[in-house]
Design a protein around this ligand. Structure first.
Ligand SMILES: [Zn+2]
Length: 226
């Protein structure tokens, strides 16, 4: 295991977590972790039903998923894992730290919390679009922001298909997701702090490329500390 750094990327819906995670993870020695990519489709389907169950995944499954994901990195030259919107609760912080202590005891955890005011977030959610064709989501609920074609905002810049709003950006769901984030971030921060882990705050009102440039050197310098 060459893993030396794990970077949970946290923040409210539409703050730009996925965009940042994917941009930073675009490197041979880095990986981006998204919980929903790792759990079976039937588990995912069960979390999509109602607002109450939105994104909820059983703790045992999260634990198993973490373990098998980290085990899959054992024979790979991966230095950094970026975690998109994970952990999502104090319980998941403990799961992550316990699993790392067992599978990758040398790995440091350096969470980043992205922050922006509600006006910026609402604007981002309104402008965000996804591509059903480019992103083969197991329950047909694509999440990754798509780049529009230069000629037409509503066409995918990669494949030309018609883009859609992200399903969970619908006002009622966005509100529920924001509420859930606001009610859990306090316990997540506390769980990290209790374990002696500081959270870096990133001003996410900055344009995405500026935010990426701010974080990039941090990943390189910290991952080489042995
Ligand atoms: Zn596309």
């Amino acid at each position: 295991m060459t893993l030396t750094l794990v970077v949970p990327i946290l923040g409210p819906p539409a703050v730009g977590k996925t965009t940042l995670t994917l941009a930073l993870g675009d490197d041979a020695r880095r990986r981006s972790f998204r919980l929903r990519d790792q759990v079976p489709a039937e588990v995912l389907a069960a979390t999509a039903g109602t607002v109450e169950r939105l994104g909820w995944i059983d703790t045992d499954i999260v634990g198993q998923t973490m373990r098998s994901y980290l085990d899959s990195l054992v024979h790979r030259d991966v230095d950094v894992v970026l975690m998109d919107n994970f952990p999502g609760s104090a319980e998941q912080v403990s799961l992550l730290l316990d699993t790392l202590a067992h599978s990758a005891p040398r790995a440091r955890v350096e969470p980043i919390e992205m922050r922006a005011d509600s006006k910026v977030l609402r604007k981002r959610a309104r402008h965000r679009r996804v591509c059903q064709r480019c992103e083969k989501d197991p329950v047909a609920d694509p999440r990754i922001p798509a780049r529009s074609s230069l000629l037409d905002d509503w066409l995918c810049g990669k494949c030309g298909a018609l883009l859609h709003f992200r399903r969970s950006d619908a006002p009622r769901l966005l509100e529920a997701r924001t509420k859930r984030f606001n009610s859990s971030i306090g316990e997540i921060r506390a769980a990290f702090t209790t374990n002696g882990i500081d959270i870096t705050i990133l001003d996410a009102a900055l344009p995405a490329d500026r935010a990426i440039h701010l974080v990039e050197p941090m990943l390189n310098s910290r991952s080489t500390i042995s």
